[in-house]
Design a binder for this molecule. Structure first.
Ligand code: APR
Length: 250
């Protein structure tokens, strides 16, 4: 593994533009389960019944059963070594932008400033009827959070069947097309359009560094360096390698 960490660090330090794509796996060490691992959220809640905009419109009270469970975990979660390490990498000038599928705000809490949120952010709620917006924490005591107009509020996260914010899409595709290195951390890369980022980057010559507990469909195909293990441990070792041997802060 040391040899691979060194190889990945060298890629990062010799690339003019480094970006990252992250998924739920990076937040597992912060106490938030991922979706598709054994025991993940989708093993308990069928996404067809809980994670589509149609399901929310038809039965918002039922969807809030899952949302409340997630909100309880996210509201207590702290950034782990992986979030903090990526924030350090950004401060050192070796990570230009993080494209995340997560809605837990932990990259920002971990010090990263340049974060593109593909699936929104769970810290605010909106009314689909009158458009009023609320902080999630001010509605946490309500079992089913309601707007002043009495309709059920929806977290500002992207459900299946909703479009990814256009600004997020455009910026991420531009960055992927010009990146020289892409770190793919803690994602099964099965959900579109986020999962097109690695192939866009690869097609334009970027080197792909994958950090995951297990192999994914990227591993045997477009990944150049596969660092298998927990994101917290690997990112910490990677940042140390960048700091120690290959690159003074830019
Ligand atoms: N360190 C590194 N990788 C990990 C860790 C860890 N500690 N724990 C889990 N993983 C890996 C898993 O092996 C898996 O490959 O993270 C990946 C998580 O994959 P998913 O659960 O599918 O999560 P993600 O890829 O983010 O899902 C994408 O699907 O349901 C939607 O909107 C949801 O944003 C989510 C999207």
């Amino acid at each position: 593994m040391e040899r691979l960490i060194r190889k990945a660090a060298e890629m990062i330090c010799t690339s003019k533009l480094n970006i990252a794509l992250t998924g739920a796996g990076i937040s597992v060490d912060s106490g938030i389960p991922d979706f598709r691992s054994a025991g993940g959220l989708w093993s308990k809640y069928d996404p067809a019944d809980y994670a589509t905009i149609t399901a929310f419109r038809q039965n918002p009270e039922k969807v809030w059963d899952m949302l409340r469970e997630m909100d309880a975990l996210v509201s207590q979660a702290k950034p782990n070594a992986a979030h903090i390490g990526m924030g350090d990498l950004e401060k050192m000038g070796y990570l230009h932008c993080i494209i995340t599928q997560n809605v837990d705000n932990l990259h920002q809490a971990g010090g990263a400033r340049n974060v593109i949120e593909y699936h929104g952010n769970s810290s605010t709620l909106s009314c689909l009827w009158c458009g009023r917006q609320y902080q999630a924490k001010e509605k946490r005591a309500e079992r089913i959070p309601r707007c002043e107009c009495r309709r059920v509020l929806k977290p500002d996260v992207i459900f299946f069947g909703e479009p990814i914010p256009v600004e997020a899409l455009n910026r991420s595709f531009q960055l992927a097309a010009s990146a020289e290195a892409l770190m793919v951390v803690g994602t099964s890369a099965v959900v579109s359009p986020a999962n097109t980022i690695p192939s866009i980057a690869k097609d334009r010559g970027a080197r792909i560094i994958e950090v995951n507990l297990e192999r994914t469909h990227l591993t045997g195909t477009i990944t150049d360096v596969f660092l298998q293990g927990k994101a917290g441990e690997i990112i910490t070792a990677l940042v140390e390698e960048v700091r120690q041997t290959l690159g003074p802060p830019r």
